[in-house]
Write a protein that binds this ligand. Structure first.
Ligand code: C5P
Length: 230
């Protein structure tokens, strides 16, 4: 299975001035943990890292310090995650001979090799899937008005799932969906949302509670604890 890793973000919400994926976590950069898990997944045969060229030297140094068994290539990231993934898909499409792809955020460095393998196996049967876990909190839909943020409704919790990555797709469909998004000006925060807009089915693979997306300093603290206990 081919895997794309979006890693071209910034460190703004982490309170950092560099790409948060280059921040240290128990002795190695966050991104190195993500790559290590993907490398250990038996199903992953190629990894494309979507990153800003200014980060390439740091990432190359990281790969030199922590070499992977899986072939790795660097692809230029974009201004948004969506654009980064677009570049990655275009790269794979131009290579040819790639039928399916997994996409996994570099910021989800706690995903296990088994999760990658579960998603790869499930993707043999369907055109689109996401790792997700049932939502624990009661979620409110709101509207912001002159007096503040007002609750509008409460979706039935038993039907809500928190989306994670990996997300997996048949490549020709994902490429078509991303091109349509460009034409229509759709802005989405994950790739499955493009399938949904087009009415194409997306299935759920049970994710992992520990598969956090490292976004804030608290997440970094939690990730340290979780990795220490592994
Ligand atoms: O910012 P956030 O954590 O939501 O980003 C999700 C993932 O998308 C991260 O791994 C980040 O590096 C990546 N990203 C990207 N290109 C961007 C913005 C974010 O590859 N322009």
């Amino acid at each position: 299975m081919h895997l794309l890793i979006p890693a071209a973000g910034s460190g703004k919400r982490m309170g950092a001035t560099v790409n948060k994926l280059l921040l240290p976590l128990l002795g190695r950069p966050i991104l190195a943990w993500t790559l290590r898990a993907a490398d250990r997944a038996r199903s992953i045969e190629w990894i494309g890292i979507l990153a800003q060229p200014s980060d390439w030297p740091a990432i190359e140094a990281m790969l030199a310090a922590d070499p992977l068994a899986t072939p790795v290539e660097m692809v230029q990231g974009g201004v948004t995650r969506q654009e980064s993934v677009f570049n990655g898909i275009q790269h794979l499409w131009q290579r040819g001979n790639v039928e399916r792809v997994l996409i996994h955020d570099g910021a989800r460095c706690l995903a296990t090799p088994e999760l990658f393998d579960r998603c790869s196996a499930a993707l043999q049967q369907v055109d689109g899937l996401i790792a997700a876990i049932p939502v624990k909190d009661t979620i409110k839909v709101t509207e912001t008005g002159p007096n503040g943020i007002q609750v509008q409704s409460t979706p039935e919790r038993s039907r809500l799932w928190a989306a994670q990555t990996p997300q997996g797709f048949r490549l020709p469909l994902l490429w078509q969906a991303h091109q349509e998004a460009q034409t229509q000006g759709w802005q989405v925060t994950d790739d499955a949302a493009l399938f949904e807009k087009l009415g194409w089915p997306v299935y759920i693979v049970e994710g992992e509670e520990s598969n956090l997306k490292l976004t804030t300093p608290l997440d970094l603290l939690l990730a340290t604890q979780i990795l220490e206990q592994r």
